[in-house]
Design a protein around this ligand. Structure first.
Ligand SMILES: Cc1cc2nc3c(=O)[nH]c(=O)nc-3n(C[C@H](O)[C@H](O)[C@H](O)COP(=O)(O)OP(=O)(O)OC[C@H]3O[C@@H](n4cnc5c(N)ncnc54)[C@H](O)[C@@H]3O)c2cc1C
Ligand code: HEM
Length: 406
């Protein structure tokens, strides 16, 4: 338990964190990687270079400071982060290391303003917050390892099949190399894939949503190739998976994780809204939903550039035949003449508030949103402005969620 005095000191640092949070977390990561270069095998370097992880950590530290006297309020956020930590293999012995460098970074950035009282209060508060993460993650490790077909850390999977889904998107069907049972998962969850590429100094871990029904003897992940554009280098892992990994090769996966899941007990309409490769968790949810459809509307809204980039057209068509009240709306930003001729889409441009309002029968529904940062920000804010309840909007972002302006 933190004393009233400690709580007041932490709260008094909120304005400073609002102003200097990002500088502190940037300083923190520099110190962390200088003293613990082995952690470069776990952290995503692209997120570091684009400062997305620094923003997400600053956001989490700020939220903890604001809610230090009612930490229950941040439990959902802790769970979302803890799922990511568990899937990456973050362990309880890492917490003192992070705590030490975070405190040093606070001290360095705030200089004389970081009095002994402030540092002492943050040391205590970090201990309490770290304990919440550690106990949440311990439970998650236990569940991942002891569920039927579960395992600890990373398990070898053979690429049984590689299947092109669009010009840039390819699916990988993965079967456990040991031939053992395979843990089920909640539709919408992801796995972390660890790769050790030739000529790379570190291993790289990336998350990929599971894109098929949980009732299969394999896991399917579906990956977009991130090509180089202008000043952005090519994506390391996605390009490696597309270009180097062949059927028969082995990938290392941690057990399924994530809190973006189908709320199947909710009897109201369900609405899935995705863009580009953000379709992957939706496909898993659609398949599971049709198995228990209750006659309520089930609406799938998807944005792609054009027909050639649009993955899973056949699987969505099969879903909408299976489910009585299914409706599909497709939006292309750059349709070709052929797309127009084949009438592959209903809306040209981007998903916007006006179009969403015109096709949604109600906002008293469960919403699932997944796509790029600007897409998520537009769609989530539009749903809010149309009156959807916060607790009905479920979202997945293919990067550190705290870096989004939601
Ligand atoms: C929960 C979750 C689920 C996900 N599910 C999927 C999925 O189902 N399918 C899928 O395809 N992806 C998914 N992702 C994204 C995936 O994990 C990877 O982030 C993605 O494949 C890119 O990884 P990469 O190694 O190819 O690119 P990285 O090397 O990580 O680079 C990522 C991007 O950053 C840019 N970049 C890198 N360095 C710099 C720099 N210095 N300056 C500017 N730009 C830079 C690259 O050009 C690239 O566009 C998911 C992510 C999360 C968190
Ligand atoms: C109380 C302490 C901690 C807090 C508040 C915290 C916060 C966060 C946040 C907000 C994210 C982003 C989650 C997302 O992707 O949406 C994250 C990711 C991550 N955290 Fe932590 N974390 C803590 C401790 C640790 C520790 C001890 C480690 C181990 C070294 C660690 C390693 C990581 C890694 C590797 C990622 C993924 C980074 C990426 O993909 O770029 N964290 N953490």
């Amino acid at each position: 338990m933190l004393s009233e005095n400690t709580i007041q000191i932490i709260k008094s640092t909120v304005p400073v964190l609002e102003q200097h949070g990002l500088t502190i977390t940037k300083c923190f990561y520099k110190k962390l990687f200088t003293n613990h270069p082995e952690l470069l095998n776990v952290f995503n370097h692209a997120n570091q270079q684009q400062e997305r992880q620094q923003m997400a950590l600053a956001q989490a530290v700020l939220a903890s400071a604001k809610h230090i006297d009612q930490l229950a309020a941040i439990v959902p956020v802790v769970k979302q982060i803890a799922h990511k930590h568990r899937s990456l293999g973050v362990k309880k012995e890492h917490y003192p290391i992070v705590g030490k460098h975070l405190l040093e970074a606070i001290q360095e950035v705030l200089g004389d303003a970081a009095t002994d009282d402030i540092i002492q209060a943050w040391a205590e508060a970090y201990g309490v917050i770290a304990d919440i993460f550690i106990s949440t993650e311990t439970e998650m490790y236990d569940q991942a390892a002891h569920q039927s077909g579960g395992w600890e850390d990373f398990r070898a999977f053979v690429v049984a099949r590689k299947q092109e889904e669009s010009d840039k998107i390819t699916s990988f069907y993965l079967e456990p190399q040991d031939g053992g049972a395979l843990a089920s998962f909640e539709p919408g969850q992801y796995v972390s894939v660890k790769v050790d590429m030739p000529n790379e100094a570190h291993t790289h871990i990336r998350q990929y949503s599971l894109s098929d029904s949980p009732r299969k003897a394999y896991y399917r992940i579906t990956v977009k190739r991130e090509d180089a554009v202008q000043d952005r280098p090519a994506g390391k892992v996605s390009v490696y998976l597309h270009e180097q990994v062949k059927e028969g090769d082995v990938l290392y996966l941690s057990a399924p994780a994530g809190d973006f899941t189908l709320q199947s007990e909710d009897q109201r309409p369900h609405v899935w809204i995705s863009a580009g490769v953000g379709v992957t968790p939706m496909i898993s949810m659609l398949k599971a939903h049709s198995e228990q459809a209750n006659g309520q509307p089930a609406i799938f809204i998807h944005a792609a550039e054009h027909g050639a980039a649009h993955a899973f057209q056949d699987e969505v068509a099969a879903w909408s035949k299976d489910e009585a009240q299914a409706k599909t709306y497709i939006c292309y930003s750059e349709p070709t003449e052929e797309d127009k001729h084949k009438q592959l889409y209903q809306h040209e441009g981007r998903i916007d508030a006006e179009w969403l309002q015109s096709i949604l029968p109600t906002t008293d529904a469960k919403f699932y949103v997944c796509g790029s940062a600007p897409f998520m920000e537009t769609v989530v804010n539009t749903l809010r402005s149309l009156g959807a309840q916060e607790s009905d909007i479920h979202s997945e972002y293919f990067g550190p969620k705290g870096s989004l302006k939601l």
